[in-house]
Design a protein around this ligand. Structure first.
Ligand SMILES: Cc1ncc(COP(=O)(O)O)c(C=O)c1O
Length: 420
């Protein structure tokens, strides 16, 4: 038995190595002065004194953990304060805090979809939504990325009484935005529920960083369900589902990833609450993030993103890791996405802007990017329409286009690993 497992593991490791797909954990040193274009600390709040002291005082008051699942004794007054303030900030009627953003998506999808529900999923949704759809065990239809007509078509053909449409507001890898108003209209038209994952929209997009869904006001609030993570712009850990109280009550009673999971740790809740208050009090952070994103985008020749994420398409997985490693030697960390973490098989560098980047760090980042990508054009400020692709190939062919275009043919199964 052990031999069978060992030979399978060794074979799989050798396959990954040959394809340039081996992942390795690299620890970062505390206080290391690398320029981070790989993390999700969009607003530079991770080490903000108010956020750190929010964590410390919550741990002092409530202890190291919530002590139990939320339905037993693990609901703290602190969770409820966070829920109220999150819901108000995001323009939704109510919120339910979960232990991670991953759990928020699993809880929402599994509670809202069953065998009588068609799940219509954009081909690029995060692994947590994919896994939720799989656990829900109903029919799933994967539609091409940002294709509202394909969503409408799938909904109009459905035989199930209910339908749930899964999208992200700001997409975690490409950084583009979903046409949420159109999607909501289609959902109204076909009596479907729209689930919007704001993991990369909260704190980065929409008015004052409220996310892109904050302005949506469906006549019936059960039409729209929003999920967020507390681990990105809010610099903490945890997640939440936001929506109509009737929806959240259903989750509390039926969502296994919520019911059978210990409540969010007090320190994480305290940090997230403090971060939310800093976000509200310091809107200039969102402006600074946008300025940094614009500068990075013009350096690599793509359109300014809706939030803080942008993607650079690479010729191969090897090329992506080689460029990532090269940039790391110059003190700049970028993300690298390769199959199976990408829905379309295309390897990319993923860059994230942050309000926490100092001006001189941004200067270094842009210079290293220009060299590593062979970009000769200086920051032109000329936006390149992502729909057209952009950038072109550099002389040694390492860069083929900066932003991919997607056809409307059958989308690949979005199986994959979580995009950070
Ligand atoms: C789009 C999206 N949704 C959900 C998650 C999960 O959030 P968390 O890391 O807080 O579990 C992530 C983060 O990886 C994400 O990028």
């Amino acid at each position: 038995m052990t031999d069978a497992l060992r030979s399978w593991l060794e074979g799989a490791a050798a396959d990954r190595e040959r394809a340039g797909l081996t992942r390795r954990l690299g620890a970062r040193a505390s206080g290391a002065d690398t320029v981070d274009l790989a993390g999700n600390d969009y607003l530079g709040l991770l080490r903000h004194p108010a956020v750190v002291s929010g964590a410390v005082s919550a741990a002092r008051e409530w202890g190291g953990g919530a002590g139990a699942s939320r339905l037993v004794t693990g609901t703290l007054a602190l969770h409820q304060t966070l829920e109220r303030e999150l819901a108000a900030w995001c323009g939704r009627p109510a919120a339910l805090v979960t232990s991670t953003g991953y759990a928020a998506n699993l809880a929402a999808v599994t509670a809202l979809a069953d065998a009588d529900t068609l799940v219509v999923s954009d081909a690029h949704v995060h692994a947590s939504l994919v896994d939720g759809a799989r656990l829900a065990r109903g029919a799933v239809e994967v539609v091409p990325h940002r294709d509202v007509a394909a969503v409408a078509e799938a909904l109009s053909r459905r035989t199930q009484p209910r339908a749930l449409v899964l999208v992200e507001s700001v997409w975690s890898v490409l950084g583009d935005a979903s046409p949420l108003a159109e999607l909501l209209e289609v959902c109204e038209c076909h009596d479907a529920t729209l689930l919007v994952d704001e993991a990369h929209g909260l704190g980065t997009a929409g008015e004052a960083g409220r996310g892109l869904a904050a302005v949506l006001r469906p006549p019936d609030a059960t039409r729209l369900v929003v999920t967020v993570t507390l681990s990105k712009a809010l610099g903490s850990q945890g997640g939440a589902v936001l929506g109509d109280p009737l929806v959240l009550e259903h989750l509390v009673n039926t969502a296994r990833p919520f019911i059978f999971d210990t409540g969010l740790a007090p320190a994480a809740a305290g940090a997230a609450l403090a971060a939310l208050r800093v976000l509200a009090a310091e809107p200039e952070r969102v402006e600074r993030l946008r300025g940094a994103a614009h500068r990075l985008a013009s350096t690599v020749g793509v359109q300014s993103p809706a939030g803080g994420v942008l993607a650079v398409r690479m010729a191969s997985a090897h090329e992506a890791t080689r460029t990532q490693a090269l940039m790391a030697t110059h003190g700049v960390r970028v993300g690298c996405f390769r199959p199976p973490s990408v829905p379309d098989g295309i390897s990319r560098l993923r860059l994230t802007a942050s309000a926490g980047l100092r001006d001189e760090q941004l200067d270094i980042a842009c210079e290293v990017l220009r060299r590593a990508l062979g970009t000769t054009a200086a920051e032109s400020g000329e936006p390149v329409d992502p729909a057209l692709g952009g950038g072109g190939a550099d002389p040694d062919g390492t860069r083929v286009a900066l932003v991919p275009t997607y056809g409307t043919g059958a989308a690949p199964d979005p199986s994959g690993e979580p995009a950070p």
